[in-house]
Design a protein around this ligand. Sequence first.
Ligand code: PRP
Length: 262
Amino acid sequence: MTSKVAAPYRGPAETIEQSQPNMVSGRTEQSLLFALPKGRLAQDSLSFLAKAGLSIPTDTESRRLILPAADGSTGFVMAKPRDVPTYVEHGAADLGICGLDVVRETDRAVYEPLLLPFGHCRLSVAGPADDAAGPPEKRSGSDDLAVKPVSSSNLPGTPLRYMSQPRIATEYPRLTRQFFADRGVNAEIITLGGSVELGPILGLADLIVDVVQTGTTLRMNGLVEIRTILKSQAVLVVNRASYQLKAAEINRIIERMRLLTT
Ligand code: PRP
């Protein structure tokens, strides 16, 4: 009884609860969680954050799934690139970095306040080099792909399906379906989890839709680019609710990043 009266007011119980650091993550409910992509964008993302003057984790190779920033202000999750918009849409992470290609493919409801100056690549249709009529820029018309993806489709023995229903191997089924549907082509989409260049090599697919950065992977596997579907680069994505509820912290991050993009 006495202690209850004497205790200083510390706000609602919920507030006290939320300010306790989580045992696993070391974070409080108020601190930001940033989802970063593993793989090819990982190092550029970390370097970019550091250059923007933001505190980054010291040990990204750790087996811990949530890594605290060196100054404890922010937690970081190193996620599969494709999961970044999912975490952010659902508010599991407040913000994240991933490729625009992934944001368009996953079609998640996230804010995209800033394109970032790295991770430039393109999502392209590609096919076997010996079938193709030449490099994309030398081919006339932008939509001839709709009917005749490659010149050898004229050859005897080429299945009709090749022309009217090309099989396309890709990690981007949504964007691929949309691209071909927009051109009136009833493409058969074969979704793979990686190494889609194997599709034409193994006879699984006529064409692929995949990310091209340097073009080396295509060249080394006897493929050439036929059309660009989407130009991509890294993008900052933000959870819609966090953008309102944690506006000050998030805007501070965006402004620091923006200084490096102009
Ligand atoms: C991507 C993409 C290509 C390659 C293109 O693969 O799928 O295979 O990079 O890059 P390049 O034009 O510079 O050769 P990634 O290494 O990201 O792995 P993945 O095949 O598992 O997607």
